[in-house]
Design a protein around this ligand. Structure first.
Ligand code: ATP
Ligand code: MG
Length: 385
């Protein structure tokens, strides 16, 4: 039996002048994601159609569609030439494995097809009851599934029962470009995923503290970035060595400001890299009150060294809610692998929870900030994931 995949996007975002831009990006993102698969792609009244694919590829296609922001729902439909017999046969096949209550919903774009939509639904519903009356019952108010019949203008009809939910959101690339500060933790991959889902194309930056943090810690971050990249049409990860900066802070500044000063360096380096790469914002996984470095005073201190907008999609999330998303996007198990993060290496016993900005600046004045940042840029590793 011939099948096609109907892809729907959220109409709500399509109003006004952005519609064409949105549609084009989504189309390109779908094609790019399915580039290793043979199929034909067509547009049909605010929907896309994937046809002429190998049925064996369906699971791979579905898995990829689930990761494309902007895809609202999709359905695998049986495609037949529009005759009542063909439609009935397809309906019978689709209901073979079904049980419970159902209703038939017909949408007749081809007005030359007779009878009308209601009559078609009633006719097909009646025939299904004749065939499967032992296990199926009609319930038009609250059915356990619906059988959809889409009679198109071109003489083809689509019949389907299942509607899979996609990510929704906006096509990646439609909301600009940003640089995600990615650690090995639970939060930053989730922050990246949520931002990509809203249409921002991401690059990633990770600070590595070799030899305090080892190869395994870096591999873990590569793995996490790759997972975020699945929602981003691939991703570039930049790894910057942070060791000399941590050592300089450790040697020259009061211990209580270790984290605060590290954060300021991270932000400055992020901003410089972002500008180089054309990223318009910096994204972090910070969440209010989660740890000492995530008080409003700490955020004020790190925010004040950059002018690019800093997006913190998790700022008001509870940890359990973040973990739930981490599980959903399959980063959680990797995030909890017990490798050192650069922030834990020089962790002070009593970090300043509400750092006073003037005192922070005084502590920082002991350092040659520009030289330390220049040194960090001497060796930037890039991974295309
Ligand atoms: P995460 O779970 O994302 O590691 P966290 O709760 O451990 O977050 P922090 O360690 O305070 O919180 O880090 C706050 C944010 O700073 C992170 O979400 C991330 O965006 C950024 N960050 C922390 N460490 C690094 C690092 N080594 N490289 C790049 N960014 C980092
Ligand atoms: Mg962390």
């Amino acid at each position: 039996m011939e099948t096609a995949i109907i892809i729907r996007y959220c109409e709500i975002h399509l109003k006004g002048k952005n519609r064409g831009h949105f549609e084009k990006m989504l189309k390109e993102n779908i094609k790019k994601s399915l580039k290793d698969i043979d199929f034909t792609f067509t547009t049909m009244h605010s929907r896309y159609l994937i046809e002429n694919y190998d049925e064996n590829d369906y699971d791979i296609i579905a898995e990829k569609l689930h990761k494309i922001a902007g895809v609202h729902t999709f359905s695998r439909a049986v495609v037949v030439d529009s005759t009542m017999d063909n439609i009935l046969n397809a309906a019978k096949t689709l209901c073979e494995q079904k049980e419970g209550t159902f209703k038939v919903i017909t949408n007749r774009a081809d007005k030359t097809f007779t009878p009308g939509s209601m009559e078609t639904s009633m006719f097909i519903g009646g025939k299904l009851l004749e065939c499967y009356g032992g296990k199926l019952k009609v319930d038009v108010k609250n059915p356990s599934f619906a059988l959809y019949i889409d009679i198109r203008e071109d003489g083809k009809s689509f019949i389907y029962t299942d509607i899979e939910h996609g990510l929704s959101g906006m096509p990646v690339g439609s909301s600009g470009k940003g640089l995600l500060l990615i650690s090995g933790g639970i939060d930053s991959p989730v922050a990246g995923y949520l931002t990509a889902k809203r249409g921002m194309k991401l690059d990633c930056l990770h600070f590595h503290s070799f030899p305090y943090t080892g190869e395994a810690a870096k591999e873990k971050v590569i793995e996490l970035a790759k997972k975020v990249g699945e929602y981003n049409g691939g991703i570039n990860l930049y790894v910057v060595s942070f060791t000399h900066i941590q050592e300089a802070i450790h040697k020259n500044c009061p211990e209580e400001f270790m984290i605060t000063l590290m954060r300021r360096f991270m932000m400055r380096i992020a901003e410089r890299l972002a500008i180089q790469q054309g990223d318009q914002a910096i994204i972090t996984g910070e969440s209010l009150g989660q740890v000492a470095s995530q008080t409003i005073e700490s955020i004020t201190s790190s925010n004040s060294v950059v002018t690019l907008p800093v997006l913190r999609p998790l700022i008001a999330f509870d940890k359990l809610d973040i973990i739930e998303i981490a599980r959903k996007i399959d980063t959680y198990e990797t995030s909890i692998l017990p490798y050192e993060d650069c922030c834990t290496v020089f962790l002070p016993k009593y970090p300043a929870i509400k750092p006073n900005l003037e005192r922070v600046k005084r502590a920082e004045s002991k350092l040659d900030v520009d030289a330390l940042i220049d040194e960090a840029f001497l060796k930037v590793e890039k991974y295309v994931l």
